[in-house]
Design a binder for this molecule. Structure first.
Ligand SMILES: Nc1ncnc2c1ncn2[C@@H]1O[C@H](COP(=O)(O)OP(=O)(O)OP(=O)(O)O)[C@@H](O)[C@H]1O
Ligand SMILES: [Mg+2]
Length: 341
């Protein structure tokens, strides 16, 4: 089967540059030839001499060689500037490549940092659950046994054992909250939509003045762990921001997977809260972290807001996510597209 190869963009640019140079040179040669033919046809030199004979004392007839020297000088001047700009262009390309390589390194580091953080969180959640949970349970059972044994004879011990049971229950609840924050409930068991539903339900209880709608479209059963946790953390951070900056807002969350082999997952969260002026520098790290997470999966992250017009963020992640390739020197997969209004 015949195949057709296409020139690379760099080769294409070089070809375009050469063709312009040739065309321009051809123009210069053609104009010179035309001028020579016209001069020969109309005896330009003789006419010029006749015209300027009267002004012999001003040496006007010496003008052509002087102009020739000036033209040669200008050509030399232009050539020097051209070489200079070429050198600057090469330097600039090298710097751009260096910047792209550093950006890719930076993204890879961020991606590794996020992975490490998630692994550590998962490990901590498991340890808290398995180790502390078990011991707290034993403490609670032992205290209940002491309570039962002491009940008739030792009212003081009975009271203390009740306090121990209460404290154990309190710590157990606290640890449960910590485990849920460290590793979202249901993400492993029920997948992203289920975990998000659970997360949003939690915020419905915590923020009764706000209203939340979660719309899920598409199949999310085949997402990788990194995609699941990234998309979950996006919504989690978005909802935390709602609790800080837009407690009474109407919040709409969309989780959509577009069909097709090159499909993508789009998460959008919009609220009608007070919004913010994005041209003013912000100190927080939440949005920066969101963008880093999304770009680490080769996606794009956009935010939009204006004072009084709510706040919106939108993340697009390729469904077949491939983390930023090591030493990717070319155009990074997900340009830092932060389209701030
Ligand atoms: N839903 C929102 N409504 C209005 N303003 C918002 C909203 N979300 C974010 N912002 C604005 O964007 C800024 C940056 O948000 P970001 O999450 O990065 O930081 P933060 O929440 O202030 O701090 P951090 O997340 O690091 O604890 C916020 O300080 C706030 O001004
Ligand atoms: Mg935040």
């Amino acid at each position: 089967m015949p195949t057709r190869s296409y020139p690379s963009p760099a080769a294409g640019k070089a070809v375009a540059r050469h063709s312009t140079v040739r065309r321009d040179l051809a123009c210069v040669v053609a104009i010179t030839v035309i001028a020579a033919v016209l001069c020969a046809t109309f005896d330009f030199g003789e006419r010029f001499y006749r015209w300027t004979r009267g002004a012999e004392r001003f040496q006007v007839d010496e003008l052509p060689p002087t102009l020739f020297v000036l033209a040669s000088g200008l050509a030399w001047f232009a050539w020097r500037r051209y070489r200079e700009s070429q050198r600057e262009l090469v330097l600039r390309r090298e710097l751009e490549e260096e910047a792209e390589r550093l950006l890719a390194d930076n993204r890879r580091l961020a991606s590794q940092g996020i992975d490490t953080q998630e692994n550590e969180r998962r490990h901590l959640a498991r340890e808290l659950h398995d180790e502390l949970g078990q011991y707290l349970n034993s403490i609670s059972l032992d205290a209940a046994r002491i309570r039962d044994l002491a009940a008739p004879r030792e009212p003081e011990i009975h009271r203390i054992s009740l306090a121990v049971i209460q404290s154990a229950h309190h710590v157990y609840r606290e640890i449960g909250g910590m485990i849920r924050r460290l590793r979202p409930i249901g993400l492993d068991e029920f997948g992203l939509p289920g975990a998000l539903e659970h997360c949003v339900d939690g915020w419905r209880e915590r923020l009764p003045d706000a209203s939340f709608t979660l719309t899920v479209e598409g199949d999310f059963s085949t997402l990788s762990d990194a995609q699941n946790i990234t998309l979950y953390r996006l919504v989690q951070e978005g909802l935390t921001n709602i609790s800080k900056f837009a407690r009474n807002a109407r919040v709409e969350i969309y989780l959509v997977r577009t069909a097709g082999e090159r499909g993508e997952i789009v998460v959008t969260m919009a609220d009608d809260g007070p919004g913010v002026d994005l041209s003013i520098p912000r100190k927080g790290l939440g949005l920066i972290g969101m963008r880093e997470r999304v770009e680490a999966l080769g996606g794009e992250f956009h935010i939009a807001s204006e004072p009084g017009s709510g706040f919106l963020f939108c993340a697009r992640v390729p469904a077949q996510a491939s983390p930023v390739a090591p030493n990717a020197a070319g155009e990074p997969a997900g340009a830092a597209a932060n389209s701030e209004k």
